[in-house]
Design a protein around this ligand. Structure first.
Ligand code: APR
Length: 237
């Protein structure tokens, strides 16, 4: 482990589960109540914009009411103390990584507390409803949508992500089912560039067999333990 300099961490809904935010594919998952096609596709938004705005109003309110958990705090500490490259690529639209203090965070699926103006392309921090079609603070037009990457849309900053995977010595996947691409393919890209791979998850993900090591358990226990381990090893290297 001593020759680890550059780390890429992928997080999914599981890292925020213990903060009270619902995951997607569990029995009580979000996609059980709201078919993806209705609330997480451009077609769904065109068909029933009010339903989609209500869905993301609910997400926004839940995010604001949630607090970071020990897993977010451990990654924030690692971010602060790790002297090599480190990138937290999150599929999550919550801001719990940032509220825990992490800085090197990339939201590949967008952000629940951001509104995107489809008229002038401006993005704004947004913590209230979008249901009443408020005017864009930049251009004044009522063309704001959730700044979320929906199914069928291109995730954000893919070039930057694959450049980081190409330089990675270690890829760690935390709290994701490995059900959705391109994120589910990151482990293979990391392996192709010679990185070691570790999965921290409540249950084996769909890509578990691709990882060098899988540790099963809640993120609030596994992530602090792993972060301590990697920092101590780097000091002792
Ligand atoms: N600690 C660690 N892992 C957990 C915990 C926990 N406390 N609770 C749940 N998990 C794991 C589950 O075992 C599961 O493997 O987190 C994973 C959550 O999987 P999903 O609900 O599929 O969420 P995610 O992998 O983030 O989904 C990826 O799919 O629908 C899209 O855009 C959405 O970003 C999302 C993407």
């Amino acid at each position: 482990m001593s020759d680890i300099r550059n780390i890429v961490i992928l997080t999914g809904a599981g890292i925020s589960a213990e903060s009270g935010l619902r995951t997607f594919r569990a029995e009580d998952g979000l996609w059980e109540d709201h078919p993806v096609e209705e609330v997480a596709t451009p077609q769904g938004f065109r068909r029933d914009p009010d339903l989609v705005q209500r869905f993301y109003d609910e997400r926004r309110a839940n995010i604001l009411a949630a607090q970071p958990n020990p897993a977010h705090a451990a990654l924030a500490r690692l971010d602060a103390e790790w002297t090599g490259d480190l990138l937290i690529v999150t599929q999550n639209i919550d801001d719990l990584h940032e509220r825990a203090g992490a800085h090197r965070v990339l939201h590949m699926h967008g952000e629940g507390l951001s509104a995107w103006c489809t008229a002038c392309d401006a993005r704004h921090r947004w913590t209230s409803t979008l249901r009443d079609a408020p005017p864009c603070p930049a251009c004044g037009q009522s063309a704001l949508r959730p700044d979320i990457v929906w199914f069928g849309e291109m995730p954000y900053q893919m070039e930057r992500i694959f450049a980081a995977l190409g330089r990675a010595d270690l890829f760690v996947s935390i709290g994701t089912s490995g059900a959705v691409y391109p994120a589910a393919g990151f482990v293979q890209a990391a392996k192709d560039s010679g990185a070691a791979t570790l999965e921290l998850n409540l249950e084996p993900s769909q890509g578990s067999r691709l990882f060098d090591e899988t540790r099963l358990g809640p993120a609030s226990a596994l992530v602090p333990e792993w972060a301590r381990e990697i920092l101590e090893h780097a000091r002792g290297a």
